[in-house]
Ligand binder design. Structure first.
Ligand code: R5P
Length: 268
């Protein structure tokens, strides 16, 4: 593996083999998602606790200071919205030249294994892999799931393995029962998305279960930035990912930090 590729991957996956990606790329198909209306203001206090930041080029340019040193995972797929009949029938939205200009640590592309249009997304993905590899940039495959498909270990291990075999350096997928099968049959590190907002306790349990089952980390968005206390939540997730906290220890941490933050917010 060349130096640039290794350097970028080691900035994302930390020396303990784990990673906490903060995902705020939702606007590329969901528009002004709750919590991200002012993306810059939401992300600023969270930055010290994420190992990387996943977003689009427009959000990066408009909302994020170029002086940050957090590695950027740039979404380079898109082309459909939540209003589309073919949600996530995505193609390439960013040239590799622009990704390099933005000094990104990785690029991210959604694949739709099992959808009618899976071939388009898989070929778009491999085109991105070829271009990114030329410059030592890792590609993160996002294994998105269509409404008709079941998020079980059989499907997710299929999609994850295909992504790895086609050249992903990291795969983002979803947690499921028997996640060990998904992680153990992937040739590259696997991280889980958080999914829709659920109570903090439940989201922390999912993160814990995924790590125990072999995930290298999380690429979490809504369960952090839509939390009652996003800073407390990202710190609790970080405790699970990097400090081997159990789900209940992390939840206790979340509650303590939330209480402290609330106390500090009350004017004297
Ligand atoms: C979806 O395709 C986007 O890439 C999100 O970044 C991803 O789903 C992770 O965010 P969340 O934890 O909110 O699901």
């Amino acid at each position: 593996m060349d130096w640039g590729m290794q350097n970028r991957l080691s900035r994302i996956i930390r020396p303990d083999g784990r990673t906490l990606m903060l995902a705020v790329d939702h606007g590329y198909f969901m528009g002004p998602t709750t919590g991200l209306e002012d993306l810059g203001a939401t992300v600023r206090p969270l930055l010290p606790y994420g190992d990387s930041l996943m977003l689009t080029r427009g959000a990066l340019r408009y909302y994020i200071s170029p002086q940050i040193d957090t590695p950027i995972i740039l979404r380079v797929s898109g082309g459909t919205s939540i209003l589309s009949k073919e949600l996530l029938h995505e193609g390439i939205t960013v040239s590799m030249e622009d990704a390099i200009r933005l000094n990104v640590a990785a690029v991210a592309f959604s694949i739709m294994v099992g959808a009618d249009f899976e071939r388009d997304t898989l070929l778009g993905f491999t085109q991105v892999v070829d271009e990114a590899e030329r410059y030592g940039i890792p590609t993160l495959a996002v294994t998105a799931v269509g409404k008709a498909l079941t998020r079980d270990a059989k499907y997710l291990s299929l999609a994850t393995r295909i992504a790895g075999e086609l050249g992903a350096r990291i795969v983002k997928t979803y947690y499921c029962e028997n996640f060990e099968r998904v992680a153990s049959t992937s040739p590259v590190p696997v991280v889980i998305a958080g999914g829709k907002k659920v109570p903090e306790k439940d989201a922390l349990q999912v993160a814990y279960n995924a790590i125990q089952a072999g995930a290298s980390g999380v690429d979490m968005g809504r369960n952090i930035f839509q939390s009652e206390d996003p800073v407390a939540m990202i710190r609790a997730v970080r405790g699970i990912v990097h400090d081997n906290l159990t789900a209940s220890e992390a939840y206790e941490m979340f509650q303590d930090l939330k209480a402290q933050n609330a106390a500090q917010a009350v004017p004297a």
